[in-house]
Design a protein around this ligand. Structure first.
Ligand code: AMP
Length: 505
């Protein structure tokens, strides 16, 4: 089947040809004619299957007739994260190049004034994260009663991130007569319930078995012994990268704190690496992502939320530095590679105590993750740096970060309690820079030694003396970080405040 057989307009066929596609993917083949006919769609498809074009192309066709009124978007696409929203906006740019449709992107972390202005001009396609959309709605800056097409993308991720109450509210503000398209990589019961509530007689399209992983991805599991230190995981990561001579890849960590530490450590080992996590400002996230997509950064260390659904077409590797605790995250993580029929590699570093999470992943995907016969790499290549720089990285591990929350999705049931955090979890507010990040941003060795550095090196000397005394390096310490100042609290901190009843401990 060709794109011309799907009933798309000439402008769109030209744009598709310019994009270099000659054959529609299965989801495009099944969804496009149905959307053009006005059917609701429940699409069970992973990213990487071409699902974005499966709704973007027919939407552009439908919207080519008619004009948007000020503040009244004609269509709405809900995305769980800013990056995904920006990616979908890029798709509209690519496929809509021969049309004159207007679009706007409403995401947190970007100027609200600009977004308000774009709404005032009237938009045909509005792409938004739920929090920012409701913010603008509640400020009276947009009306939703002219929305004729609604897309809820990555619905299972919306669920994970606690966005469903917001999505339900948004849907209640839309006209009943509309075309609704919902996409989800997995179909948990809650998503099924929502599809029944939001969609009318939908056409169900499943292009890969729910929760399956693409056949083009070579998976591998490396299990380290119980209680292995983070340092050993970092060594193993380097070993795997070198083993395959990986072209590029994403390294997933479960916690934001580890994102910075792993990134820093890789940098120290000479890798061209960047990081992406929720505490970064939106412009910094976008810049890093653009560099990675453009090949200026070879490896990207990420948290789940930040990297969800990113479309980097020719990515050779995904490394799970930690086994995801939610089995679905595994499917999403490794789906970053092996896209559009290309071969990809997805390696997971587990500790033996992670076996229950590995079992859950294997149960969900219906197949075991084969153990990887990792070739031993020369110790000199993989050992942690032993000079003063290593203390920098290791410093980071013993500092208790202020914002050491996991990038863990919020519980959708905590509606009231979670509201503030949830409102724009996709925008993941940027708290003050953590001690960890300050350390990670420390200048490299070849730069002139500043006073601060001098202070640091005398601290390092003290630490090394302490290591000698203890007989182990900080990295061998249990992974529980020292809280606050630990044993290093100056004595005046321990004194009672004048007039206070209790003495602080
Ligand atoms: P998605 O699943 O929407 O994230 O798309 C995954 C990738 O497939 C993107 O890089 C698209 O540009 C690409 N793609 C989408 N449709 C096609 C097609 N028909 N042929 C080849 N590549 C495609």
């Amino acid at each position: 089947m060709s794109f011309a057989d799907l009933g798309l307009s000439d402008e769109l066929l030209r744009a598709v040809a310019d994009a270099g596609y000659d054959t529609p993917t299965p989801i495009q083949e099944k969804a496009i004619p149905n959307v053009l006919m006005g059917r609701d769609i429940m699409g069970c498809a992973q990213t990487g299957t071409g699902k974005t074009a499966s709704f973007t192309l027919p939407m552009l066709d439908i919207l080519s007739h008619g004009r948007a009124k000020a503040r009244m978007p004609r269509s709405l696409i809900l995305e769980p994260t800013r990056e995904l929203a920006a990616q979908v906006a890029d798709n509209f740019e690519t496929y809509g190049k021969y049309q004159r449709l207007s679009k706007a992107l409403l995401i947190g972390g970007e100027s609200m004034a600009e977004q308000i202005k774009s709404m005032d001009n009237g938009v045909d396609v509005l792409i938004a994260t739920p929090g920012r959309l409701l913010d603008l709605f509640d400020r009276g800056r947009l009306l939703l009663n002219d929305v004729k097409i609604l897309v809820i993308d990555e619905a299972d991720r919306m669920l994970d991130m606690g966005f469903i109450p917001d999505v339900e509210r948004i849907v209640s503000l839309l006209p009943k007569m509309r075309n609704t398209l919902m996409f989800s990589a997995t179909m948990p019961r809650e998503i099924r319930r929502l599809s029944e509530a939001f969609l009318m007689n939908p056409k169900e399209i499943t292009v890969a078995a729910p929760s399956s992983t693409a056949a083009t991805i070579i998976q591998g599991l490396v299990t380290l012994k119980r209680g292995s230190a983070q340092k050993e995981k970092r060594e193993k990561l380097r070993e795997l990268i070198k083993r395959d001579d990986a072209k590029n890849g994403i390294v997933f960590c479960n916690r934001k704190r580890d994102v910075s530490v792993v990134c820093r450590s890789m940098e120290r080992h000479g890798f061209n690496v960047g990081q992406l996590h929720g505490d970064m400002s939106q412009p910094a996230r976008m810049e890093t992502l653009a560099k990675f997509k453009g090949g200026n950064i070879q490896f990207l260390v990420c948290s789940d939320v930040a990297a969800r659904g990113l479309d980097i077409p020719a990515m050779s590797h995904v490394f799970n530095f930690d086994v995801p605790t939610h089995a679905e995250d595994y499917v999403h993580r490794i789906g970053r590679t092996g896209r559009a029929g290309r071969e990809g590699h997805a390696y997971t570093i587990a500790l033996s105590e992670d076996s229950k999470y590995v079992a859950a992943i294997e149960k969900l995907s219906g197949k075991p993750i084969p153990p990887l016969g990792a070739a031993k790499v020369e110790a000199k290549d993989t050992a942690e740096p032993t000079n003063a720089e290593s203390a920098n990285t290791d410093d980071a591990i013993v500092v208790a970060p202020a914002a050491d929350k996991e990038d863990k999705p919020k519980n959708p049931r905590n509606r009231g309690r979670d509201r503030g955090a949830r409102k724009d979890a996709a925008t993941e507010s940027a708290p003050a820079e953590t001690a960890l990040e300050k350390v990670a941003d420390a200048p490299k060795k070849e730069e002139p030694i500043s006073k601060t550095q001098q202070k640091k090196s005398s601290r390092r000397e003290r630490e090394r003396a302490r290591e000698k005394e203890l007989g182990f390096a900080p990295d061998d310490l249990p992974s529980d970080p020292v809280k606050g100042l630990g044993d290093n609290a100056p004595s005046f901190f321990l004194n009672a405040f004048p007039g206070s009843k209790s003495t602080s401990k």
